[in-house]
Design a protein around this ligand. Structure first.
Ligand SMILES: Cc1ncc(COP(=O)(O)O)c(C=O)c1O
Length: 454
């Protein structure tokens, strides 16, 4: 695969203004990617992704040895993963499916890290055979690795710790609470000693891993967790009298600003927070691994969806669109934690203007809470209009929910040519067909339950 330079732009910390995507929405409608038969689709800004990766690399440029991996869960689409591999990223995977996607995308095993909390023996065996790095989630998992490991494995092996520095504003995204399910709880009685012992018994165990949480965790909290992991590495090495811990996997979790177009905090802010909390981290004594997901993709993608109908109910205007819980699952289930900015466009894809009206933007799913935005102030929407859900490049259309047997929406990458402004699209994922839905729903076994005792 050829590597291309991912030169950053947007140095002022901003994503391209929504207006830049106006032409993309219009082109998508004009080119028939959004219409009656395909009423919802996801879109990815290819150059924007390259720019975000460039910003990440720039922020860590002074660090001698760092592997930036992309958390595959944030956008589990093979062409996107291949784009990221081409930008020089590695890949963090958390399931056999994600490992398969990473390999299909062309990541070499040496740039893949496996992190899941419930790895089976089969998964561990495969990772070790491939030479994929593995972060054990518990001391029990380390014992499994003892039994499965071939001394010649190329896999870097690590242990995930929970630094127990506390949670952020979204409980389910906070992985460093006292009772989190992830890693070895570092401050529990006896845990520190047990971890040091685990390293003493296993000279091949050379990495510590911590991921404090994702959206909602302030930089200072994430940095405090990384600092705890760095201190532990120093303690292990001092106690064992040998520099056995040689790398630190510091996880991902840089929060994304969903309120407007500004990118903040930036990767540079994050490096500054890490430097303040753990000055020794960038000394070069430890190789670093990062695992960012949302911060690389969220602002580089959006969902476009048609308005099928509008109605009034109890004094409230509601637009019934095709973007709901099947593609904006977290927003629908936890609307306060995951608010989205919405844009309004006409049937021809041109931006709408006119007086603003408070409108609920509802989806197609058959439950009352299937609303992606309440009381959005937008020009009045009408049948056949298009709404855009901004900042949805990570964990939205790439992570659909099969509720109501709604199809997985198509995903397109796009580029905007410089002076001409021409928009070109590339298919990343076809819209799911009804045949595919039927097949997934047991069509091949249609009579399986019809047997009776005669
Ligand atoms: C272990 C691990 N690493 C990295 C990430 C990516 O986090 P984010 O997308 O917030 O950067 C996650 C997210 O859940 C994770 O669990």
């Amino acid at each position: 695969m050829t590597r291309t330079t991912c030169a950053p732009h947007h140095e002022d910390g901003t994503t391209p203004p929504a207006a830049r995507y106006d032409a993309v929405v219009e082109a998508a409608v004009q080119q028939g990617l959004l219409g009656e038969s395909d009423p919802v689709a996801g879109f990815i800004d290819t150059e924007g992704v390259r720019a975000s990766v460039g910003n990440l690399h720039d922020a860590f440029a002074a660090t001698p040895r760092v592997l930036h991996t992309f958390a595959a869960k944030a956008c589990s689409l093979i062409p996107v993963l291949r784009l990221l591999a081409d930008c020089g990223m590695g890949c963090e995977v958390a399931s056999p499916g994600e490992l398969r996607l990473a390999l299909e995308a062309g990541f070499p095993a040496s740039r893949i890290v496996l992190d899941s909390p419930a790895k089976t023996r089969e998964e561990i065996r495969l990772a070790l055979a491939l030479g994929v790095a593995v972060n054990a989630d518990s001391l029990d998992e380390l014992r499994r690795i003892d039994a499965l490991r071939n001394p010649s494995t190329a896999s870097v092996l690590g242990l995930r710790v929970n630094p127990q520095v506390g949670g952020g504003s979204i409980g389910p995204m906070s992985t460093a609470t006292d009772t989190s399910k992830f890693g070895v709880a570092l401050r529990d009685p006896g845990a520190r000693e047990a971890i040091v012992e685990a390293f003493r018994e296993r000279p091949w165990l050379t990495r510590l891993h911590a991921h404090v949480g994702s959206q909602g965790c302030p930089l200072e909290l994430i940095a405090a967790g990384v600092a705890r992991s760095h201190e532990l590495a120093e303690e292990i090495n001092a106690t064992l009298g040998v520099r056995q811990v040689t790398s630190l996997d510091i996880g991902g979790g840089l929060p994304v600003n969903f309120a407007d177009e500004t990118v903040h905090p930036t990767y540079a802010d994050y490096v500054a927070a890490l430097t303040a909390a753990a000055p020794g981290l960038f000394s070069g004594r430890y190789a670093l691994v990062t695992e960012f997901g949302r911060s690389l993709l969220a602002k580089n993608g959006f969902i476009g969806a048609r308005v099928e109908y509008t109605k009034d109910a109890g004094g409230r205007r509601i637009a019934l669109t095709h973007a709901g819980a099947q593609t904006a699952t977290r927003t629908v289930l936890m609307p306060d934690a995951w608010p989205l900015r919405i844009g309004a466009f006409g049937p021809d894809g041109a931006p709408k203007d006119g007086p603003l009206l408070a409108q609920d933007i509802a989806g197609p799913c058959c439950f009352a809470g299937d609303v992606v935005a309440y009381g959005s102030q937008l020009p009045e929407l009408a049948e056949d209009d298009v709404v855009v859900l901004y900042d949805t490049g990570a964990y939205y259309f790439s992570t659909p929910w099969a509720y109501n047997s709604l199809p997985r929406p198509a995903v397109y990458g796009f580029r905007v040519a410089g002076p001409t402004g021409a928009v070109t699209f590339a298919t990343v994922r076809e819209p799911q067909s009804l045949d595919s839905i039927a097949a997934e729903s047991g069509l091949a076994h249609v009579d399986a339950l019809m047997e009776r005792d005669r």
